[in-house]
Structures are given as C-alpha cells and as structure tokens.
Design a protein. Structure first.
Length: 95
C-alpha cells in the first residue's frame, strides 16, 4: 500500500482482501477491517466496492476498486473523510 507499510498492514493478522461470488467480501489491514459490498464487472476483470467496519475502535466506512492484472490485484482504497491509498495484492489461493 502506498500509505501504510507492511509492518502496519500485517499488525494484527496478515493483511488481506477476500471477494466472494455473492457480491460480498471482507478485508483487514492493520487495525482497519470491514465487510465489503461488491459490484463485479467480469468483462473488465474489475470490482468496485463500498465497505463498513472499524478503524481500531472507531466506526469507519469507505469505498474502493480493484482490477486483476495477471496474478496481481491492483486498486485504490478510500476511508470516508480520511486517507486513501493505492494497493497491490497477490492471490493467496487458486480460484
């Protein structure tokens, strides 16, 4: 991630995004975690999402997007009225 370093990303659990077939998912990096409401565009290998959850002990929400690029997922994550960051992730399991 552009804004947060790897030590922060993996602070509590290994940082991750998980997208599921039924337009939902979840994520956590550092102490930011939440549930995803996803909209998939298979033709463009893209997902747009909104999220709600927590940033440490504070309620938080935001939005983001990601696109598949080979074996990588690249996108941007936004915290409502807060930080935003580009990110890159690698697939951790086949699918």
């Amino acid at each position: 991630m552009e804004v947060w370093d790897q030590d922060f990303i993996d602070l509590d659990v290994p940082g991750h995004f998980a997208f599921e077939d039924d337009q939902v998912g979840h994520f956590q990096f550092g102490l930011v975690r939440g549930r995803l409401d996803c909209r998939y565009d298979a033709a463009r290998a893209r997902v747009e999402f909104s999220w709600e959850g927590a940033d440490d002990a504070d309620e938080a929400r935001g939005r983001g997007w990601a696109e598949v690029d080979g074996d990588r997922l690249r996108g941007r994550f936004f915290i409502h009225l807060g930080d935003d960051s580009g990110f890159e992730a690698k697939r951790s399991r086949p699918g």
